[in-house]
Structures are given as C-alpha cells and as structure tokens.
Design a protein around this ligand. Structure first.
Ligand code: MN
Ligand code: MN
Length: 459
C-alpha cells in the first residue's frame, strides 16, 4: 500500500525537505542581493534606473532601430524611465520564438495629487490619491517616505527622496485615538479611513510673520531650499508616498523577508538576475519589467502598450523575421506574486489548491475572478511545458490559485501577453499580507522563483 501510495498519489513537500547545505547558502546569498535591490528601488522609476545601470555594467546596450544583432548580444529598451525590456539574443532565429519572463515593478502606494499642499489648523499637509488596491486603514500611523520626480518650469527634472536615510524625517497619516473612535469603530474596514482623509503631515512650525499660511509657506521654503521647487512645480511632478525603511528578515530563524513592494519586485529581481550573466541561450531570452500593472496595465509604460511590440520588432527586423511569427512561437512566464495560505484566515482559501510558504515557486493555471473572468487560463500543454522544464531543472514548485472561488480574485499581465498570441503561464512567489505596507515572503520561494525564470530562459 505504501508503494502504491508513493507511486500514485501527489504529495507536495515543504521545500526545506531535502534542501542541501549548498542550496541553502546560495539561497541566502541570493536573498541578500534581492534585499539590496528592494531597498534601492521602491518605485517603477527607481527599478528602471537600477536595471539600466546594472544591465550596462553587465554588457547590455540600448537597442535602436537598425542596430545589427548576433547570438549572445545583450540589448535593452528603456521605456521612458518607467519600464524596461531586456534581451539576450539566442543562437536560434527569433522565428523560432523567444522565452519571455514578464513581471511588474510598480506597487500599491499613495500618489500625491497635482495640487497637494495645504494648511489646516496650523498643520501642513499633502493630499494623496491612492494607486492600486489597498486597505486604506493600513497606511495610517506608519512611517512614510516621499519618492519621485519634479519637472520644473525651466525644464529640469529633479529626483526627490525624503524619509529613507537614518537622518531624514519621515511623513505620516494620522488615525483617530481609540478613546474617541466610538463612531469610527462602527464603520466597515473599507470606510474606517477614507481616501480623502489620507492626507500626509508635512510639518507644523510656522514661519514668523503675518498670515494664515505660515506653516505651508515654511514647508514650501524647505522644498525650495532643497530642490529649488516652487508650489506650481507640483503640477508637473510625479511624487508618491511609500512606506519608509528597509527590508527586514522576519522570524527567529530568519526564513522570511518583510518589506514594502515584494509585489512584484520579488519576481522582477528573479527575472533579471539570471539574465544579466547569461551565456548565449538557444532561444532569445526576454525580460520585461512593466509599469502600471496595479492599475490595469494601461498607459504607455503598461503591458498593454505597444512599446513591447516596438522592442521585439526591432529585434525581429534585425533578423528579417516577422514579429507575428516570433510571437506565435514564443513562451511567456507571467511572473507575478500570488497569495500564500494564511492559517489566520483559512476560510478564504481552498487548502488543496492554495500556494503555501516554503513550498517553492507557485505555478498558476489561471487567475481572474468569478468563473476565471479576465484570466488567460493556460492550456494543459502550457502547464505541461512548465512542469517538465522546472522538474528537469530541479526547481521546487507548487500549484497556486488565488483563494476560494467567488471569494475575490485578481489578474496579472498574463492575459495581455496571451492576447498577443504568446503561450503564457502565471508563476510567482506566494506572499503573506499582499498589498500591505509590509508584505512577507519566504526566502526559499524567492530563490526558487529565480531558478524557475532561469530554467524558462534556458528551455
Ligand atoms: Mn503583482
Ligand atoms: Mn499587486
């Protein structure tokens, strides 16, 4: 019976079962490099800047129309500083397709409104508009940092970062004290803190002088001294509030990582690291770090943008290959996070099909909601390709689905890749408390996701 059971039944195991000491050391080294990336990149812009610099240091060159390419060449397209696509040219023609990994580098946050600065009761605030799906109450009473760029009247662009250095001040959204929260506590969680209450405290010391705006004026004076900004410059700025601070190890055994924005920089890093030092692959390996996934993949830097066709067409033109022919033979791993089973909230998951922490990279046949709505729903053949590829490469992986049917749902860029006639499968790191200011992932799952991307590139 034991033999029959072993032969016939599927029994997923914790990834630490059989993880060698060498693999464990490699995993820890990998996670240190990932942590450094996370700490340096909290916005899609910062991730793109980092990727351009790191790619160039590893021999990548900007792809331009008409540029000749040969196997082993490393090229990239910086999409307006907000997203990036990179490729290592394969030994086979692009007519035989590319192996693509697609992740996103934007994360939920609070964007600053175009006309944000005001003073109320001698406190200066910035008004915000949240970006992506958040539980608003989680973003009050935590340390926040201001990141972004300001396009000044004279055409110069300045980069802003306040709240990340030890010596920096941090910023803050207030909540009500429990003593006076009798009415608030009767509200639903969705309404406890409302969007128009997510106003960020910028300061409280008035300048000496006459007027009802002396605190606001003080803040503007400080911004002017540091960045040469005037209030009107907010109109052409892209500023955002993100949780301040660095990624931390979580748990006495240090097996987990807690940070803002694992979704989806944990997959973005898993994709780009193996590409940077890759030799000549059989099929051209393509890595996408997209923007705007959290608001529907729209816009010029989102995955629905024609920028991807522009990049791939330049590569195909260089080989005299039709883009549509290349797409038809390509494969894409849509590398995005999924939910990790949380024993504190077992009621939202189907245990048999939910990804678990430390069980490896999660492969998802479909995402979507209410009857797979909005999902690309990979075919058995595509799932089989991933299964065989990962098994042959010794990658620890598991199956994931985003919670119980009809409990909710979500999407990734998978459907937009599949719509291009590219066979696509979702895969990524299971996350605890996804979209919270501090999300948690397991080191083992991070490492296995990198190995999965590497295996897909080399397939
Ligand atoms: Mn995501
Ligand atoms: Mn997300």
């Amino acid at each position: 019976m034991e033999e029959l059971r072993n032969n016939l039944l599927y029994s997923p195991k914790n990834g630490y079962t059989g993880l060698s000491d060498q693999q464990k050391a490699d995993m820890n080294d990998y996670c240190k490099r990932y942590t450094a990336f996370l700490d340096a990149c909290k916005t899609e812009r910062e991730a793109t800047t980092w990727a351009v610099e790191t790619a160039e240091a590893n021999g990548f060159q900007a792809m331009v129309p008409g540029k000749a390419i040969k196997p082993g060449d490393k090229v990239y397209l910086n999409n307006r500083g907000k997203s990036i696509m990179l490729a290592v040219i394969g030994s086979e023609s692009l007519a035989n397709g590319a192996n693509i990994c697609a992740a996103h580098v934007d994360s939920p946050r609070m964007d600053i409104k175009p006309n944000p600065l005001y003073e109320d009761s001698e406190i200066a605030y910035l008004k915000t508009h949240y970006y992506g799906g958040i539980k608003k109450y989680q973003w009050a009473t935590i340390a926040l940092a201001l990141h972004g760029v300001v396009y000044r009247k004279d055409g110069s662009v300045i980069t802003v970062s306040i709240g990340e250095e030890e010596s920096d001040p941090v910023l803050y959204v207030s909540d009500l004290l429990p003593h006076l929260a009798a009415d608030q506590m009767q509200k639903t969680a969705a309404k406890a803190i409302e969007a128009e209450q997510m106003n960020v405290i910028m300061g409280s010391e008035p300048l000496t002088g006459e007027g009802a705006d002396m605190v606001k004026l003080h803040i503007m004076k400080l911004l002017n001294e540091k960045y040469g900004m005037i209030e009107e410059d907010f109109l052409s700025a892209e500023l955002t509030m993100v949780p301040a601070g660095k990624c931390r190890e979580v748990g006495l055994d240090r097996s987990l990582l807690g940070a803002y924005g694992h979704d989806d920089r944990v997959c973005a890093y898993a994709e780009i690291e193996p590409l940077l030092t890759m030799g000549t692959p059989k099929h051209t390996a393509v890595c996408i770090l997209a923007d705007k996934e959290e608001i529907g993949s729209v816009g010029v830097s989102g995955m629905l943008s024609h920028a991807f066709e522009y990049f791939m067409e330049m590569l195909c033109d260089a080989q005299g290959v039709k883009l549509s022919h290349c797409f038809a033979n390509s494969f894409c791993l849509s590398a995005d996070v999924t939910n990790a089973f949380d024993p504190n909230f077992p009621e939202v998951s189907d245990r048999r099909n939910n990804a678990k922490v430390n069980y490896g990279v999660a492969i998802m046949k479909y995402t979507g909601s209410r009857g797979k709505g909005g999902s690309s729903d990979a075919a058995a053949e595509a799932m089989g390709h991933v299964r065989t590829t990962l098994d042959n490469a010794g990658v620890i992986w598991q199956i994931g689905t985003l919670g119980k049917v009809d409990q909710g749902g979500g999407g990734t860029v998978a459907a937009y890749m599949a719509n291009r006639n590219i066979v696509t499968v979702d895969a990524g790191v299971p996350v605890v408390s996804m979209h919270a200011p501090m999300e948690v992932v397991s080191k083992l799952d991070c490492y296995m996701t990198m190995l999965a991307c590497k295996a897909i590139y080399e397939a």
